[in-house]
Design a binder for this molecule. Structure first.
Ligand SMILES: [Zn+2]
Length: 189
């Protein structure tokens, strides 16, 4: 058992769910452990992870076992970047904006500080368990914290899953502010 990862995964998975960043069965998280990837299993309830929901597989392999269907995307990111952890979440405001924007540019202070160039949106034909996402997302993440896959969700990277979750949370907060300001910009006139 990967007890060090287990506690972190349980906490972060639960917080992502409570914050409304994932629904009951959406999202997945992983960490790099030397040449291996520790990742949540397919069909797991991210907010209520159990020991059997956390599995370990080699990064350089095609073996998938019971891993999340997004394993190929996680593998591609670890192969091409220095990411130590990945958090994927179906954050609703970020997904909503991805239908209209190619780059989500925060307008709030925190968002502009963390994402001065905005967060790029990746448009693909099939966005779930997608070979196209696995092919295209690593280049977009070099030197960046996150990418939003259009109509699907955020993939964020970090030094650990807590940091990657922090980026997901911050992007979603900024997306919500962009959405609200666009809806209420007539107020005060
Ligand atoms: Zn997803």
């Amino acid at each position: 058992m990967f007890i060090d990862f287990y506690k972190e995964f349980v906490t972060v998975g639960h917080e992502l769910f409570l914050a409304g960043l994932n629904n009951f069965h959406s999202g997945n998280i992983s960490s790099r452990k030397e040449d291996n990837i520790v990742i949540t299993s397919t069909g797991s309830k991210l907010g209520f992870l159990k020991e059997e929901n956390i599995i370990c597989l080699p990064i350089f392999s095609d073996e998938s076992g019971r891993a999340s269907c997004e394993l190929p995307v996680h593998r591609a990111i670890y192969k091409a970047t220095n990411a130590k952890a990945i958090v994927h979440a179906h954050a609703p405001y970020s997904v909503a904006l991805s239908y209209f924007l190619q780059n989500v540019k925060p307008i709030d202070g925190e968002g502009m500080f963390y994402f001065p160039d905005g967060v790029e949106v990746l448009t693909v034909k099939n966005s779930v368990a997608s070979e196209e996402v696995a092919e295209k997302i690593p280049d977009m993440l070099v030197g960046k914290k996150a990418v939003i896959v259009k109509g699907h969700g955020i993939f964020a990277i970090g030094e650990d899953v807590v940091e990657a979750a922090k980026w997901v949370s911050s992007i979603e907060n900024s997306s919500k502010i962009v959405y609200l300001v666009n809806n209420y910009k007539g107020i005060g006139k």
